[in-house]
Ligand binder design. Structure first.
Ligand code: GRF
Length: 202
């Protein structure tokens, strides 16, 4: 067997909104920089622009609205069933704005990544850019990590740092952090696909 040939891994990408990280992944796959295939994009919101991106790229896309389920547990069970039908190797959270139940997270332990717009463990949760500015930080950034039950926790895979300029606003900072997100998320997935992450024990 040729050791250099990497079998493309199957990705399911979960989104709630714009999907610019999804787009970066799509672009990296289409330019052969990422040995992966997106087998489905799933959104909990019908109006997520990321669904348009998936459609344009000819990728299967589904809406599973949390509004149709009585509680988190029932939604997460339905989501899990939908995801598992695609037999993915890796689940990608790309702006999926939902708190996930422990059962769901445990089911995909070491097989689900998230990107968070801060230098974790700093600034878990929301409004990370403003919080970095308010704290007077000199630098900010983003982190790709494996998902564990605690919010924005779990082993960090890659980080990128962005210097904070004197005249930065939350918007200008967010824009520069986003550029870095688009670089490191495909890179983290590539490391997983090539079995280069120590935590990926299978
Ligand atoms: C990004 O800022 C990411 O860090 C956070 O959600 C945002 C998603 O942006 N988890 P997009 O939908 O990929 O454009």
């Amino acid at each position: 067997m040729n050791q250099d040939v990497v079998t493309p891994i199957r990705l399911v990408v979960l989104i709630s909104g714009n999907g610019s990280n999804l787009q970066a992944i799509i672009d990296n796959i289409s330019t052969h920089q990422l040995p992966a295939e997106i087998v489905a994009v799933i959104s909990n919101k019908a109006n997520a622009y990321g669904l348009e991106r998936a459609k344009k790229a000819g990728i299967e896309h589904r809406v599973l609205s949390h509004l149709d389920y009585a509680d988190r547990q029932q939604y997460d069970q339905a989501l899990q069933a939908l995801i598992d039908g695609y037999q993915p190797d890796l689940i990608i959270l790309a702006g999926f704005m939902r708190i996930l139940s422990n059962e769901f997270v445990e089911h995909y332990l070491n097989k689900m990544m998230n990107i968070h717009p801060s230098l974790l463990p700093k600034y878990k949760g929301l409004n990370t850019h403003q919080r970095a500015l308010d704290a007077g930080d000199r630098e900010h950034g983003c982190s790709v990590h494996f998902v564990t039950p605690e919010l924005d926790d779990g082993p960090v895979i890659l980080q990128a740092t962005v210097p904070i300029e004197e005249d930065d606003t939350a918007e200008t900072l967010a824009q520069r952090v986003h550029e870095q997100e688009h670089r490191i998320y495909p890179e983290a997935i590539r490391l997983f696909a090539e079995n280069k992450l120590p935590i990926n024990t299978e």
